[in-house]
Ligand binder design. Structure first.
Ligand code: NAD
Ligand code: DAU
Length: 338
C-alpha cells in the first residue's frame, strides 16, 4: 500500500502515521503537510530516516503538488486529515477554514479522482451534526447535518462534496466522523493540553460559560484505528461515526485532570462563553462496530493518565510549541519555512 496522508504533522495525523507504520511496516506513507501553526515536522524526526516514509511540504489546495505527489509515489489510497481544526480560531476568522476545509478537501478528491485512486477516507467530525439536549439520543449517521460554527460549517460542506463525488462520479470516498480526541502531540490551544499547561504553571484554568457543555472523549489511537478500519473495510459512499463512549461535562473533565495532577480546584475560573457553543455531543457508533469491527480500547481514565504522562515526559515539546520556538528549530533543522 502506498498511502498518502495529509496533515500528518498535526495532532491526529502524527499519531496515525506512527500507528500505521508500526502496524503496517510494509506500507509506504507519504505525508503531505503545509506546516501551518498546527503542523510540526519535528514530530516525525524518528520516521524521516526510514525509506518507507516521505514528507512533502505542500498545500492540499494546490492541484499541482497534490497531483504530482500522487503520480510520483504511485499512491493507492488517501487519508485526508489536513484541516484548520480549532473552533475558536474559526470564530475569529472563518476564511482559512473555507479555503482549506472546503476548497482543499474538494481539490484532494478531484486530484484523487483524476488519478483513479480507489480508496479515499475523508476525516470529518461529530460537530457537523450540531448540538444535542442533555436527554437527546446520540448522533447517528442518519442525523441531519446542522453545523453551528464556521469550523463545523466548513467540515459539513466538505462532507457534502464527498457525498456529491460519490453520487456523481462513483468516487470511492468514505467519511469518518469522530468525537473529541485527546492524547500526545495535541496543540495546546485545545482543552486538555491547555489545562495541563496552565495547571502546571499554577495559572487560572478558563472554563467557558457554566462548564456544563458535554463532549464525548476518545483517546487518539482509538480514532486512528477507526480511520484505519474505514480505509481497509469501509463501504464507499458511507459515513461512519466514531466515539469513545466517554461523555463528560467540561467542568467534570477539568476537575478530574486537576485531581490526577494533584492540583487545587481553586485554579478553575469561569470565563465568557464561546459564541454558538454547542451544548452536547454524543456519538452512536453501532454502524462502525457492526460493519468495521470497531470498538474503543481506552477508558477515559486510562487515556487521560497516558496523555498526562506523555505531556509530563515531553515538557520540551510542549514548551517549544507553546513559545513558537519549534518554528525556529524546524527552520534550523530543515532550512525551510512555510
Ligand atoms: P491539527 O490542527 O492538529 O492538525 C492539522 C494539520 O493539517 C497540521 O499538520 C497542519 O499543518 C495541516 N494543514 C492545515 N492546513 C493545511 C493545508 N491547506 N494543506 C496541507 N496541510 C494543512 O488537527 P487535528 O486535531 O489533528 O485534526 C485532524 C483532522 O481530524 C481534521 O480534519 C479535524 O477536522 C478532524 N477531527 C479532529 C478531532 C479532534 O478532536 N482534534 C475530532 C474529530 C475530527
Ligand atoms: O468534537 C470534535 C471536535 O473537537 C473536532 O472536530 C475539533 O477539531 C476539535 O478542536 C474539538 O473541538 P472542541 O471545540 O470541542 O474542542 P476544544 O478543545 O476547543 O474545546 C472542548 C470543550 O472545552 C468545548 O466545549 C469548549 C471548552 N473550552 C475550550 C477551551 C479551549 C473551555 O471551556 N475552555 C477553553 O479554554
Amino acid at each position: 500500500m502506498k498511502l498518502l496522508v495529509t496533515g500528518g504533522c498535526g495532532f491526529i495525523g502524527t499519531n496515525f502515521v506512527y500507528l500505521m507504520s508500526k502496524r503496517h511496516p510494509d506500507w509506504t506513507i507519504i505525508n503531505l503537510d503545509k506546516l501551518t501553526y498546527a503542523g510540526n515536522r519535528l514530530n516525525m524526526l524518528p520516521l524521516e530516516k526510514k525509506p518507507e516514509y516521505h514528507f512533502v511540504h505542500g498545500d492540499i489546495c494546490d492541484p499541482e503538488i497534490v497531483s504530482s505527489t500522487i503520480e510520483e509515489f504511485g499512491v493507492d489510497a488517501v487519508v485526508n486529515f489536513a484541516a484548520e481544526s480549532h473552533v475558536d480560531r474559526s470564530i475569529n476568522d472563518p476564511s482559512p477554514f473555507i479555503t482549506t476545509n472546503i476548497q482543499g478537501a474538494q481539490n484532494m478528491m478531484e486530484c484523487a479522482r483524476r488519478a483513479g485512486i480507489e480508496r479515499f477516507v475523508h476525516v470529518s467530525t461529530d460537530e457537523v451534526y450540531g448540538t444535542l439536549e442533555m436527554d437527546d439520543p446520540a448522533f447517528t449517521e442518519e442525523t441531519p447535518l446542522a453545523p453551528n460554527s464556521p469550523y463545523s460549517a466548513s467540515k459539513a460542506s466538505a462532507d457534502f462534496f464527498a457525498r456529491a463525488y460519490f453520487e456523481t462520479y462513483n468516487f470511492p470516498v468514505c467519511i469518518t466522523r469522530c468525537s473529541n480526541n485527546y492524547g500526545p502531540y495535541q496543540f495546546p490551544e485545545k482543552l486538555i493540553p491547555l489545562m495541563f499547561i496552565k495547571a502546571n504553571a499554577g495559572e487560572k484554568l478558563p472554563v467557558y460559560g457554566d462548564g456544563q457543555n458535554v463532549r464525548d472523549w476518545i483517546y487518539v489511537d482509538d480514532h486512528c484505528t477507526g480511520v484505519e478500519l474505514t480505509l481497509l473495510r469501509g463501504t464507499p459512499g458511507k459515513a461512519y461515526n466514531f466515539g469513545g463512549a466517554s461523555e463528560l461535562s467540561n467542568i467534570d473533565l477539568v476537575r478530574r485532570l486537576l485531581k490526577q495532577m494533584g492540583k487545587d480546584e481553586s485554579l478553575i475560573t469561569y470565563v465568557k462563553d464561546r459564541p454558538g457553543h454547542d451544548r452536547r455531543y454524543a456519538m452512536n457508533f453501532e454502524l462502525a462496530e457492526k460493519e468495521l469491527g470497531f470498538t474503543p480500547e481506552y477508558s477515559f481514565e486510562e487515556g487521560l493518565s497516558k496523555t498526562l504522562e506523555w505531556y509530563k515526559n515531553n515538557s520540551q515539546w510542549l514548551e517549544k510549541v507553546r513559545s513558537g520556538a519549534y518554528r525556529d528549530f524546524m527552520d534550523k533543522w530543515y532550512g525551510e519555512r512555510q
